[in-house]
Ligand binder design. Structure first.
Ligand SMILES: C[S@@+](CC[C@H](N)C(=O)[O-])C[C@H]1O[C@@H](n2cnc3c(N)ncnc32)[C@H](O)[C@@H]1O
Length: 309
């Protein structure tokens, strides 16, 4: 059963503007919500190449998109391999690409891999158990305190990173940390009581997932390769859920939208850099109050769009 509710669907469709018989890539196909809409808008012959790193997500997408038959090509892979996959599938020309980053509600609620602090599961958190070695529990049991503190702070904006990291080190002196509820217990004992709707373990879980899957680096690699495969006039839409992810997208888009990236004191251009894209959204697009009230997960979504020159 699909539980994931896609975010900013109308906004994504407005900017990608899928038309009859055009081809699109969904780099994070997940439950197939955005992909289904794109396939409906590109009928009768437009195709969608859908990637997801999580094998369970690809199985869900296959079920959801089965009525589109050969128009939906679904591949279990990280989008960091998009160039090779598009070439192998002879998937061209590409009118638009979507990246909807992070985690789906299906993974949160039913993966069995410890993404959620609400059910007791082993702290694995790998999107792809085949490609990734380190699990969240390995970080918690084996990494030094400073490195744990740094990922909680950098990947999770966790203001109690120091206290939580200290709590983890203290706990593991006597017992291995294996499960989500053990970690929740450590966090609850480490941080002061807060009056907020956000659970105190939210940021720690997010930070660990980002570290396990090397998510920030994947974005940098994926975005560059996507710009290489888009046809001129093709659009790239990126939805992020984290301020650092958004900053990576914003900076890369900005750099690729100008002709010279030399230091300002350089009298003549030495870099030879040429703009590859035009910015379509100068500021990120955010969900409206109605969407946030219907889908609380959408509250931190930000959409940025650019067009290949
Ligand atoms: C927010 S969900 C996407 C939801 C989707 N847009 C929908 O409408 O159902 C994010 C998806 O990205 C996938 N993902 C995360 N990192 C990935 C990567 N490096 N390559 C491919 N998929 C990735 C996750 O497994 C998850 O299914």
């Amino acid at each position: 059963m699909i539980m994931h509710k896609p975010v900013l669907v109308d906004e994504v469709m407005k900017f990608l503007d899928p038309k009859k018989n055009e081809n699109f890539v969904d780099c994070t196909v997940g439950g197939g919500g955005h992909a289904k809409k794109i396939l409906e808008m590109t009928k009768p012959d437009g195709k969608l190449l859908g990637l997801d790193w999580d094998p369970q997500a690809i199985e869900r997408a296959k079920t959801r998109l089965s009525s589109f038959k050969k128009r939906a090509i679904l591949v279990n892979s990280s989008y960091t391999a998009i160039k090779e996959i598009a070439e192998r599938e002879k998937f061209q020309p590409i009118a638009g690409v979507l990246l909807d980053l992070g985690l789906s509600s299906d993974q949160l609620q039913a993966s069995g891999r410890g993404f959620s602090f609400q059910t007791n599961e082993i702290l694995d958190m790998r999107f792809s158990p085949d490609d990734t070695q380190t699990q969240a529990k390995d970080i918690l049991n084996d990494w030094p305190e400073e490195k744990i503190r740094e990922i909680l702070w950098k990947n999770g904006d966790e203001k109690f990173a120091r206290r939580i990291a200290a709590g983890i080190i203290e706990y593991r002196k006597t017992k291995k940390i294996e499960t989500t509820l053990q970690l929740v217990d450590i966090i609850i004992h480490a941080v002061p009581r807060q009056k907020t709707r956000i659970h105190p373990a939210t940021q720690t879980f997010q930070a660990l997932r980002i570290a396990v899957n090397n998510e920030f680096n994947n974005i940098r690699i994926g975005l560059r390769d996507i710009l290489d495969i888009l046809e001129p006039g093709g659009k790239i839409s990126v939805i992020t859920f984290h301020s650092l992810e958004d900053r990576i997208v914003k900076h890369l888009f900005k750099r690729e939208s100008v002709d010279c990236v030399c230091e300002p004191e350089m009298p003549v251009c030495q870099c030879g850099h040429k703009a590859q894209i035009k910015l379509i959204t100068k500021k990120p697009i955010l969900p409206g109050a109605e969407e946030i009230s219907e889908n609380f997960r959408s509250r931190s979504a930000k959409l940025r769009v650019a067009e290949k020159i």
